[in-house]
Design a protein around this ligand. Sequence first.
Ligand SMILES: *Cc1c(COP(=O)(O)O)cnc(C)c1O
Ligand SMILES: [Zn+2]
Length: 399
Amino acid sequence: MSYFSHLYCPRCSKTYEKEKPVNLCECGGPLLVQYDLEAAGDFKKENLQGRPYNMWRYRELLPVIHPENIISLGEGFTPIIPFKRLGEEMGLQNLFCKDEGLNPTGSFKARGASAGISRVLELGIKEIAMPTAGNAGGAWAAYGARAGIKTHIAMPEDAPEITKTECAVAGAEVFLVRGNIADAGKLIGEAAQRRGWFEVSTLKEPYRIEGKKTMGMEILEQFNWDPPDYIFYPTGGGVGIIGIWKAIREMEQIGWITGKKNPKMIAVQAEGCAPIVQAYEEGKNYAEPWENPQTLAAGIRVPKALGDFLVLQAVRESGGTALAVSDGEIKLAMEKTARSEGMFICPEGAANVAALEKLLQQNVIQPGERVLLLNTGAGMKYSGVFAYDFPVLDKSDSI
Ligand SMILES: *Cc1c(COP(=O)(O)O)cnc(C)c1O
Ligand SMILES: [Zn+2]
């Protein structure tokens, strides 16, 4: 059973009941799920024993009321891989990477889609619409197909090719937009209003974040309830980082961790699109929309996030920081990681590696501290990033 109590607005505190579909709060703020955390004290770590290793092992703290509505492709419980060689190169003794690229549809967006689509089904919604930088579309199209829900998706024309194919092959209606995700969001949002589609854009519905939250629960369980010192997260819409921090706070409130040694959350962005970093540096609570966002890390090319204030809150509350890296550094970090660890990480995940190098140079992080990088997706989805020259031989040539 789920301890889902109600929805609330973190901006104005207004509450909403869980039985009706709802997008934003009246005040324009995003809504979050509140659990009855006192009652959830009955949910013990021991209850996890024997459960399948996927994100639904934490179902008591997920928002689906009737388990038969759960739409799952086995998402979650991705491995945490020690990065021994890369750590040594950087002078770190305890470097780890959680590989979200192993999820269905090749990114952590599967978690948000699994939770989100399950609730769409539970609430009786038939058609949904969303903008995407690529991976979210691929995930929601797949989980939507599995639930029998029609999806309408708008994405930038230059989104990774495979993500367009993923949406189309799953039967989604796909629109390519000459612009960025915010432009796509405006177009599809207007269409949703006119056509009666339910909007599931980032943080415009409250359940995607609950799926992403499970990354935080898994990190705690996989580190045996002794969290790492730092968690690096490539931040676009910010749902991943907000979700991980929400998990940590909830685990603390039900007594699964002490909360005395919480990880510092590091929000990583690209130099060509760094609204959160800018707001962090200027001591602001909200970010300004970023003009002309550019980066090859498509998933973090988000000029303005609805949850910017929640990302900034998580970073500051945890004692973390926010920083940006260049596309050149991202590409180098992709090769470096593949060459030292054998893992083809996505550009967004590689931004973490580059950011870690910077913080080590600045002596912010000490050699003995435990650092966890989130690789949010599979590098294989971004075939366009590299163009290597290979020798091409005739059969009669010799090597
Ligand atoms: C969407 C995405 C991100 C950004 O995640 P948010 O939760 O929106 O901040 C990072 N990496 C990849 C691969 C993504 O698809
Ligand atoms: Zn509100």
